[in-house]
Design a protein around this ligand. Sequence first.
Ligand code: AMP
Length: 395
Amino acid sequence: MAKVTIADIDPAGKTVLMRVDFNVPLDDEQNITDDRRIRMALPSIQSVIDRGGRLILMSHLGRPKGDGTDAKLSLKPAAEKLSELLGKPVAFAADTVGDEARTKAAALADGEVLVVENLRFNPGEKKGDKEFAAALATLADVYCNDAFGTCHRTDASMVAVPEAMDGKPKVVGFLVAKEIQYLSEAIANPQRPFVAILGGAKVSDKISVIENLIGICDKILIGGAMAYTFSLAQGGKVGDSLVEKDKVELAKELLERGGEKLMLPVDTHCGDDFKGDCNKVIVDAGEIPDGYEGLDIGPKTAALYAETVGAAKTVVWNGPMGVFEMPPFDEGTKAVAQAIAESDSTSVIGGGDSAAAIQQLGFADQVSHVSTGGGASLAMLEGQEFAAVNLLDDK
Ligand code: AMP
């Protein structure tokens, strides 16, 4: 069901507590090396402050150990970056629920922004602690979740805080609203044919996704190293390819359940070393010679998959078709990405490596949606329910 969004409420004169994902990469001098996550949160942030709301932003950053603070994982650089991007001052509190945060939150005027310190400096965050959550909840009149990357988690800021809001509005930000629209609603009621493309290193990471999508999709195209575990299950020769021998039985079961729906590569681009300049050979699937490993789908498979994608009305893609970081073994991934970009289907790119691949290949703006969450988008494709989303207000 669609959730109430931040655009649906009037934030004027109210304090909005927004969970964002400011988990940005930092170098050794605490400079932000990629500010995309902060920029992506700007529409929700701007929506509150432009309409006279008072905004408190909370996020985690990295994985601080213990329960103390860690200057290397402070959110202060993120607050400074946000100030630069907004072109106005942004207050920062060096705690989350202590005196400083409470005082600065109470001092916010309409249209002003406060960033509180890394939530994970408080052990209550990971534990989903109710007292910690209640202290955060009392800071605000409205709760907003715009942190899709952590929506599959039950950290305090994701679940216990909105639960502690006591009848006050609990809404989604624009980023989360879009993720739900594409990863949940478009997949629950897909236009057909609905084609999923699953790749990446391991079958074990994608088992639940395959199991869920077998029941929903018209075709599942398999690529990446996980294709070789399926090949082994069919009695194929996989040479030195990356395989999960302990998943062969499971692969057999999935092949049986999937039947015609599950499409496997028909040829393989192999190399005699894990290097771009190794000796290469293209062979039929299941015929990988000893001394060689499969590093990409072959050209016949790329053409077949591109054709299948071309006929689809809904496409979901998670995981590269080969070692796309190492040309020429990016060709299969490129062919699939291009086919998705050229099709007029509703196209959803799962987070993580496939999102990186579609950006790197320059097709990101030609697809319907590129998910910002790795683990979260995988969990949604597995059909998991998210407590952090379910408890928010329905439209
Ligand atoms: P995942 O995180 O499971 O989506 O896997 C992504 C990783 O799988 C990328 O780093 C790819 O380089 C890697 N990968 C894809 N195909 C192969 C392959 N044939 N052999 C080894 N690694 C692969």
